[in-house]
Write a protein that binds this ligand. Sequence first.
Ligand code: NAD
Ligand code: UDP
Length: 315
Amino acid sequence: MSRILITGGAGFIGSHLCDRLLKEGHEVICMDNYFTGRRKNIEHNLHDTYFEFVRHDVIQPYMAEVDEIYNLACPASPVHYQYNPIKTVKTSVMGAINMLGLAKRVKAKILQASTSEVYGDPSIHPQVEEYWGNVNPIGIRSCYDEGKRCAETLFMDYHRQNEVKIKIIRIFNTYGPRMNPNDGRVVSNFIVQALKGEDITIFGDGTQTRSFQYIDDLVEGMVRMMNTPDHVIGPVNIGNPNEFTMLELATKVIDLVGSSSKLIFSDLPADDPKQRQPDIRKADKLLDHWRPKIQLEDGLKKTIQYFENELKSAK
Ligand code: NAD
Ligand code: UDP
């Protein structure tokens, strides 16, 4: 049994990770400032003696005796990370410094939830970990992309300079239950719009692609990565290589919901990547043949069910 700190633990991914680690018998400290996370996501664990919630902002130093740290604190949806871009940079960069400092002091292993956004609008397809990316350093997505890139730099430098035991994963678009209905990302937007019979908002012409991974596959990959031997540091892509256009996603969601929603088109936001697909050969090799098991249609069905309940309880 380990004592594990999860920053951003009340968010979409973090709350699933809390559940998984508690189930394995670990003690979990969930730190979150509730910027995009919700009490609702972790409520079922609040009375568990092995679970502790700490309301704290990761840009402030934090001290705890822990064996492992999963660093997830950071808004992930463009709508939320662009709301206060300076804060987003601080969260990624100062958050990484604070958590790496903690890992160094208490000799904990630390995993960084990095992102496919470090590849920017990629010219190499599918994206391999060796690709350095094509990121605009001064655009509206830069606060997130460059913040995450700088966090990777800090992880590597704490490893080289201070021998901190690090793990870096690059997460590709992930969806599933506990996404906030107002999250603003494409899967949650389309499902909520289809369920309400509202227009489906396609940005651009809808031919841009993403590869969508269901939450359970990601959590499995994260835990396997944390449990690798110390010399395995990454970065390792964790995502589902099945790639779809946003038009295909919209059609699938409309079909599965049985909705009468129509598609409407608006301008593509600046620097929106045209294509994205993970090369997962490294994860397969390093993480004991990890590969995603849940395909889009099955994952969407579970997620639609969740949003149906969310919308009912909000009435
Ligand atoms: P989320 O917004 O649901 O979760 C982020 C959590 O971090 C929230 O609970 C939020 O309140 C918390 N947080 C934000 N700023 C904080 C701060 N300063 N101090 C403490 N807590 C703070 O998003 P998510 O999808 O669960 O993403 C979790 C992590 O995974 C993020 O770091 C994100 O960049 C990364 N990631 C997610 C995806 C994806 O598709 N979901 C893809 C790539 C990377
Ligand atoms: N998108 C869209 N309609 C929406 C929300 C997003 O067409 O209501 C598009 C967006 O422009 C992008 C893709 O869907 O091309 C994925 O967007 P998301 O914000 O989910 O993630 P990211 O761009 O960070 O991969």
